[in-house]
Design a protein around this ligand. Structure first.
Ligand SMILES: Nc1ncnc2c1ncn2[C@@H]1O[C@H](COP(=O)(O)OP(=O)(O)O)[C@@H](O)[C@H]1O
Ligand SMILES: [Mg+2]
Length: 686
C-alpha cells in the first residue's frame, strides 16, 4: 500500500506529535526521491528511447531507473492518507486502532471469541514474542523479593498486608516454579484491533462497542492516540509490530488466545434449526437455497432425530412448503392432527388402498414414465418375492411389460392415462406364461392377491394427496410388510410429486427399513438423486448408522444430501462416521457425549455444533416421551371427567365437548396460519 519503497529502518522514527490535522498528500511512507537520483529519475520518466547517455553514468544507482517507472504499488496506493489524533483516513475509509493494555487474571479457552465473532469487520493482529526463561527468572526473582519485602515491612509496621500484593506474589511464585521446572515457557503478547468504518460517527459507535465487548472480557483497551498510522500498519497482515505494546504471558494463557471460530450458519431466510453451541447464534437455514434440498439425519435411537425433523416440519409448513411423511412409528400423528394435516393409516383391514401400478399420466419429453415405472415395480417385486435368478428376473420383466400392454398402456404417453393394471393382472399374466419360472413367481406373489396381504395393494388407489401435510402411518402393519408398504407409498408419493411442481419435503423416518433390502435402497437413492428436478427435498432419518454407512446406497444418499445432521452417536458407529464426515477428535467426542437434541449440522461447506430447541408449545406437540404422553392422557381424562360429572340418575348420555376436541392447541399454534384441509382424502372405493 503506501509503505516506503526503500528497506525499512530497524527502528522506525517516531511520529512527531501532530498539532491538528496533518494531511500528507503523498503519505508519510513515501519519501521524496533523494536529490542525488533526481536527474536520472527525470530522464527515465520521459521515457526517452535513447537512454545510454544516462544509463552508463558512472555513479548511477542501479535501482534509480526502476524507481521512476510506474509500479503496481503506485497504482494501488491511495491518493492520500490523513493522519489525525484518533483516527486515520485512507481514501474514504476511517480507521481507528485500539491496543490492549491489561488482561484478566484468569482466562478460559477461546476467551477471545466475542472479539473474533464481532458483528463488524475488524483487523485484529496478535504478536507473540518468545522470551528467554533465564532473563524472566531473574526478573521474577527480583520482583518476588520486592513483594516479599513490601509484605514484611507492612507486617513489621503493624499494617494490614495489601491483598493485591499477596495475590501477585502467589502468582509470581507459581510462575517461577513452573518456569524453573520447564513446564511453561514465557512470551510477550501484543494484541491490536483496527476498526474500519465509512463515517466518523459509525467509527465512534463501533469503537464503543468493541471496547465494551473487550471490557466484558475484563480486558483493558486503549486508543493508540497519536500513533494511528503505526497502529494501522501493525494490524496489516505483514507481521510488523510498530506499536510494540506487549504483556507477559505463559504458555497456558497464550494457548487460550487461539481464535477458535466456527462458521456461522445464520442466513437471512429459512427456518430455525437450533442454536450454535459455540457462539450462541441462531442456525437459520433454507434448505432450498442449496444445490439440492435433501437432508439426512443420523443418530442413536432417542437422540432427537424425529424431534428435530418434526420441528422442521412445523416451521416449514408455516412458510408454505408441503410436507409428506412416511411414519413407521406413528410419531407424527399428534403434529398432523393439530395442524389439520391428513393422517393416512395403513393397517390390515383399513379401507385405504394404493395401487403400485399407478402412473402419473403426464407426458414428459425427458423421461419415459412407463420405463421408469417398470423399473421401480421390478425393484418392488424383488422386495416382495425375495432374490430372483437371472431367468426369473427376465420373466418378471416381460410379465410387467405384458401386464401394462394388456390394458393398452405402451411407452406412448397418450396411452398412459388409461386405467392402470392391478397386482392381480400381473399374477394372471405370470400364470398365463406357463413357464416354470413364471409359475414360481406367481406362487410367490399369491399371498398379495389372494392371501392375508391382499387387502391393501391389490386394489385401485382410493386416496389422493390433497392436503399440504400428509402423513402415511404404517405402524399397524406387520414388520415384514413395512419395507414393502414404504416402497409402495414412496412410489405413490413420487408419482404424485411428478404431476405438478411445488416446494415439497418428503420425510422418510426409520429409513433403515428400506436400506435393509438393496432394491428398496436403490429406489430411495433414485428418488433422492432426482428430487431436485421436482423441487422436492428428501429427508432421510435413520438410527442404523453403521449399516447405513456400509452400503453404497447409504453413502450415495449422504453425498446427495446438502444438509447432514449428526446427533448423538454410539461408540460402535463413530469411527465409520468420522471417516465419512472427516470429523476431528473433538467432534467425535462431542457426538459421543452429546445430550439429546445436540449434534453437528453440516450445510454445504460449513458445519456447526448445534442444540435443537423447541418452544414449550412446540415441545408439547412433538415429544413422544411415554411418560409425558401418559401424563397428558391423564390430564385429558381428568378434564373429561370434570366436564361431564357422573349423573346420579340415568339421563341421556351427554357428549362431552372435550372428547371430540383434539388436545389443546397452544396459543402460539392457534395464531399460525392453519394448514387448510381442502376436504376428505378418502373417496369411496368403486
Ligand atoms: N431438542 C430436544 N429438546 C428437548 N427434548 C428432546 C429434544 N430432542 C429429543 N427430545 C426428547 O427425546 C425424545 C426422543 O426423541 P426422538 O426424536 O423421538 O428420538 P429418535 O432419535 O429416536 O427419533 C423426544 O420425544 C423428546 O421428548
Ligand atoms: Mg424417531
Amino acid at each position: 500500500m503506501f509503505f516506503s519503497f526503500k528497506p525499512k529502518p530497524k527502528n522506525p522514527p517516531q511520529q512527531p506529535p501532530a498539532a491538528g490535522n496533518t494531511s500528507s498528500p503523498t503519505s508519510s511512507g513515501t519519501p521524496p526521491a533523494p536529490a542525488s537520483s533526481a536527474p536520472i529519475g527525470m530522464v527515465a520518466k520521459t521515457g526517452s528511447p535513447l537512454p545510454p547517455r544516462v544509463v552508463h553514468a558512472p555513479q548511477a544507482n542501479p535501482y534509480s531507473f526502476a524507481k521512476g517507472l510506474v509500479s503496481v504499488k503506485d497504482i494501488i496506493a491511495p491518493s492520500y492518507v490523513e493522519v489525525d489524533f484518533d483516527n486515520l483516513k485512507i481514501n474514504n475509509t476511517f480507521y481507528r486502532t485500539i491496543f490492549i493494555a491489561g488482561y484478566p487474571r484468569f482466562v478460559s479457552a477461546n476467551w477471545l471469541s466475542p472479539l473474533i465473532s464481532f458483528d463488524h469487520s475488524l483487523f485484529t493482529s496478535m504478536f507473540i514474542y518468545p522470551t528467554e526463561a533465564k532473563v524472566i527468572l531473574e526478573d521474577l526473582k527480583r520482583k518476588i523479593a520486592e513483594m516479599e519485602a513490601t509484605i514484611q515491612s507492612d507486617i513489621k509496621r503493624g499494617k494490614m498486608v495489601d491483598p493485591s500484593v499477596q495475590v501477585a506474589l502467589d502468582d509470581a511464585l507459581v510462575l517461577q516454579a513452573q518456569l524453573a521446572k520447564g513446564a511453561e515457557r514465557f512470551f510477550q503478547f501484543g494484541l491490536y484491533v483496527t476498526i474500519p468504518s465509512e463515517n466518523p460517527d459509525e467509527l465512534n459507535q463501533l469503537s464503543k462497542e468493541v471496547e465494551s465487548t473487550l471490557g466484558s472480557l475484563l480486558i483493558v483497551s486503549k486508543h493508540a492516540t497519536l500513533q494511528m498510522e503505526e497502529g494501522f500498519k501493525s494490524t496489516l497482515p505483514d507481521a510488523q509490530d510498530k506499536l510494540n505494546i506487549t504483556r507477559n504471558m505463559d504458555t497456558t494463557s497464550l494457548a487460550t488466545t487461539f481464535p477458535f471460530t466456527t462458521a456461522s450458519l445464520t442466513a437471512n431466510q429459512g427456518i430455525l434449526y437450533g442454536i450454535n453451541e459455540h457462539d450462541g447464534s441462531l442456525v437459520i437455514f433454507d434448505r432450498f437455497s442449496l444445490e439440492n434440498a435433501n437432508s439426512i439425519v443420523l443418530g442413536k435411537s432417542g437422540g432427537g432425530k424425529s424431534f428435530l425433523v418434526k420441528l422442521e416440519t412445523l416451521r416449514s409448513l408455516m412458510f408454505g412448503t408441503e410436507v409428506f411423511v412416511v411414519d413407521p412409528e406413528g410419531e407424527y400423528k399428534m403434529v398432523c392432527d393439530v395442524l389439520g394435516g391428513e393422517y393416512i393409516q395403513f393397517s390390515f383391514n383399513s379401507p385405504i388402498k394404493i395401487n403400485p401400478f399407478d402412473l402419473a399420466g403426464i407426458a414428459s419429453a425427458e423421461e419415459n414414465e412407463l420405463g421408469l415405472k417398470i423399473l421401480s415395480l421390478h425393484g418392488l417385486m424383488k422386495v416382495v418375492m425375495g432374490d430372483l435368478s437371472p431367468a426369473e428376473d427376465a420373466v418378471l420383466d416381460r410379465a410387467l411389460v405384458a401386464t401394462y400392454q394388456q390394458k393398452g398402456i405402451t411407452p406412448d404417453p397418450a396411452t398412459q392415462t388409461k386405467e392402470p393394471p392391478l397386482m392381480e393382472d400381473l399374477y394372471k399374466v405370470l400364470v398365463g406364461m406357463e413357464s416354470e419360472e413364471a409359475m414360481a413367481l406367481a406362487g410367490r406373489l399369491e399371498k398379495f392377491i389372494k392371501g392375508s396381504l391382499s387387502g391393501i395393494f391389490n386394489q385401485k388407489s382410493n386416496i389422493d394427496i390433497i392436503n399440504p401435510f400428509t402423513v402415511f402411518g404404517i405402524r399397524d402393519l406387520e414388520a415384514e410388510l413395512r419395507p414393502i408398504a414404504m416402497f409402495i407409498i414412496l412410489d405413490y408419493i413420487w408419482t404424485r410429486v411428478k404431476r405438478d411442481l411445488k416446494k415439497r419435503i418428503l420425510i422418510v423416518d426409520e429409513a433403515w427399513y428400506l436400506m435393509k433390502h438393496p432394491d428398496s435402497a436403490t429406489f430411495l437413492y433414485g428418488i433422492a438423486k432426482r428430487a431436485r428436478k421436482y423441487y422436492l427435498g428428501v429427508t432421510t432419518i435413520t438410527q442404523d448408522v453403521e449399516d447405513f454407512l456400509s452400503t453404497d446406497h447409504g453413502k450415495a444418499i449422504i453425498t446427495n444430501s446438502s444438509i447432514q445432521m449428526l446427533l448423538k452417536q454410539s461408540a460402535a458407529s463413530i469411527e465409520k462416521l468420522s471417516q465419512t464426515f472427516y470429523l476431528s477428535g473433538g467432534e467425535k467426542h462431542f457426538l459421543l457425549s452429546a445430550d439429546v437434541g445436540e449434534g453437528l449440522f453440516f450445510a454445504g461447506p460449513s458445519h456447526v455444533a448445534m442444540r435443537v430447541i423447541a418452544s414449550p408449545d412446540e415441545y408439547e406437540l412433538v415429544t413422544t416421551k411415554p411418560e409425558e404422553l401418559m401424563h397428558r392422557q391423564t390430564l385429558l381424562d381428568e378434564k373429561e371427567k370434570n366436564a361431564s360429572p357422573i349423573p346420579v340418575e340415568p339421563t341421556p348420555p351427554v357428549v362431552s365437548p372435550t372428547t371430540t376436541t383434539p388436545p389443546p392447541v397452544s396459543p402460539l399454534l392457534a395464531t399460525q396460519p392453519p394448514v387448510t384441509n381442502p376436504g376428505p382424502a378418502l373417496t369411496p372405493t368403486i
